[in-house]
Design a binder for this molecule. Structure first.
Ligand SMILES: [Zn+2]
Ligand SMILES: [Zn+2]
Length: 304
């Protein structure tokens, strides 16, 4: 797959609606985009997306020249599909299914979610519950272009999905016929904060990608490109702009030069210059644009 394109983008601000996020991405020259399909601090387990909103979003994407397959929806932060609390788990599983339903209606390539926390410290049972929530969601939405993608965590507290084995075990919990509609993505800040030193050498980056590929049976379906405010192994989920955190720019070059980074959405979730924009202002964020240019340069320069 040597000729797969580099697909850089960002989680664009959706003030004015998700069509505005698509317009900002298009004007920013992005090939990929991440959005929320509902307010991420709520479960939204009863929220559907209206047909006219779908149409306006698809239209804006087409105008922006962004393939819907290269759009990722980020699920709500409150969902904890790993929780041992039966009532909370039911609600989280229903919310995950609804995220997949909304994302499928929007026609995007994937919906990513944080697996959650084993608050009783029984990690194996927590991982099994995440697998079961995924199974339910995939059965509730039996077909469509949207894949359900686990995001690796920064490893704070009892969160699960930090290691290749944990991500692999969640995917292994799915029946074979659903497996193709599921996958995972990697967040560089979360990797670094959970102790994977991407900065040591190009080989280290390769080794991390290899380990996830081996455990999950496939390479990642998206990357979140975030530098890290927290130190190596700090378990701090605090994103910094590319080259301005503890990871530094060079490691992003190593990552983007790996063939496995090609053809998948590579998305910034980093601080933005103007977090409050007017609803009708489709100017892309200046820091996003600047950092995407930086990443494009890093991806192209290959050390001998
Ligand atoms: Zn995330
Ligand atoms: Zn994060």
């Amino acid at each position: 797959m040597p000729d797969r394109p580099l697909l850089l983008g960002a989680h664009c601000i959706d003030t004015g609606g998700i069509p505005m996020a698509a317009r900002r991405a298009g004007r920013g020259g992005m090939q990929a985009l991440q959005i929320f399909s509902a307010i991420p601090k709520f479960y939204n387990d009863k929220v559907s997306v209206k047909p006219d909103r779908i149409a306006r979003f698809r239209e804006a994407l087409a105008e922006a020249g962004i393939d819907a397959a290269h759009v990722i929806v980020h699920a709500g932060y409150v969902l904890n599909c790993a929780t041992p609390d039966a009532e909370k788990w039911e609600r989280a599983a229903a919310a995950l299914a609804k995220e997949l339903e909304r994302s499928t209606a929007l026609g995007v390539g994937g919906v990513c979610f944080h697996p959650g926390a084993a608050t009783d410290k029984d990690r194996d049972s927590a991982i099994a519950r995440v697998g079961e929530a995924m199974r339910r969601a995939l059965l509730a939405v039996p077909e469509g272009p949207t894949r359900l993608l686990i995001e690796n965590t920064a490893g704070a507290g009892t969160t699960v999905g930090r290691t290749p084995d944990e991500v692999g075990a969640m995917l292994d919990a799915l029946p074979a016929e659903l497996r193709a509609r599921a996958g995972y993505g990697l967040d560089t800040c979360h990797l670094y904060a959970s102790g994977y030193d991407l900065t040591a050498s190009r080989d280290n980056v390769t080794v991390v990608l290899d380990a996830f590929e081996r455990a999950a049976g496939a390479s990642p379906s998206f990357l979140h490109l975030n530098d890290s405010e927290g130190a190596l192994g700090s378990n701090k989920d605090r994103h910094a702009r590319i080259g301005r955190g503890a990871i530094g720019a060079e490691a992003f070059g190593w990552l983007l030069q790996d063939p496995r980074a090609r053809g998948i959405p590579c998305l910034l979730e980093t601080p933005q210059a103007v977090p409050e924009v007017a609803e009708t202002d489709d100017t892309p964020d200046a820091w996003d644009v600047e950092d995407i240019a930086l990443l494009r340069g890093l991806a192209e320069v290959r050390a001998a």
